[in-house]
Design a binder for this molecule. Structure first.
Ligand code: CTP
Ligand code: MG
Ligand code: K
Length: 168
């Protein structure tokens, strides 16, 4: 496989984990409506338990499907499961860290934070998955460059589909 295509194939579960909460979104917020010391919400209503676990499941499932399409890329189903789970958990945790930071600087839920929204989830996904299966430096840089564009494209698509109320 071309190394750049390989990098996109590798990161796919993280993209799905990050995007699917838009569809799975639930009601109970992960911070249970609680406020931080600064009087603002810890995470806000945009982060729900259902979205979190739905994203975790969707991302891991994507890796399982990928395994059956390209078994040699993963070597074993267990490897695909581990990698898919780590990428998904990383993506979702990065998104939570992003929301925590956004609330601390006073940005309301849904407010676009350029940089944080597009890179936060990918950096934590790469960090958690790296010990399981490493990418080359070139592949990591490639993903850092293309992810904001894919993120924007996916959000515009979700907006047009009526899944999101804002196109970012
Ligand atoms: N979502 C969810 N649970 C998550 C992550 C996302 O339910 N753990 C859903 C929410 O409905 C959220 C939507 O997916 O509004 C889009 O996610 P995102 O853009 O990350 O959230 P925002 O609403 O923009 O909130 P924030 O400002 O905190 O990023
Ligand atoms: Mg958002
Ligand atoms: K986000």
């Amino acid at each position: 496989m071309n190394p750049l295509l390989e990098a996109l194939w590798y990161i796919l579960p993280a993209y799905f984990a990050n995007a699917s909460p838009v569809i799975f979104k639930g009601k109970t917020p992960m911070d249970f409506g609680k406020k931080f010391k600064d009087g603002r919400r810890i995470l806000g209503d945009g982060k729900t338990w259902r979205g979190f676990f739905g994203g975790l499941l969707a991302g891991t499932l994507v890796a399982v499907i990928q395994y059956y399409l390209t078994p040699n890329f993963y070597g074993s189903l267990a490897m695909a499961l581990k990698l898919g789970f780590a990428l998904s958990l990383g993506a979702l945790l990065g998104d939570l860290i992003g929301s925590f930071i956004k609330r601390r600087v006073g940005m309301p839920r849904g407010y676009p934070a350029v940089g944080l929204d597009q890179w936060g989830f990918i950096i934590t996904a790469l960090l958690l998955a790296y010990p399981i299966k490493a990418l080359s430096t070139g592949q990591v840089l490639f993903l850092l460059v293309v992810t904001p564009f894919i993120h924007w494209g996916a959000n515009i698509f979700a907006y047009k589909m009526g899944w999101k109320s804002v196109p970012w």
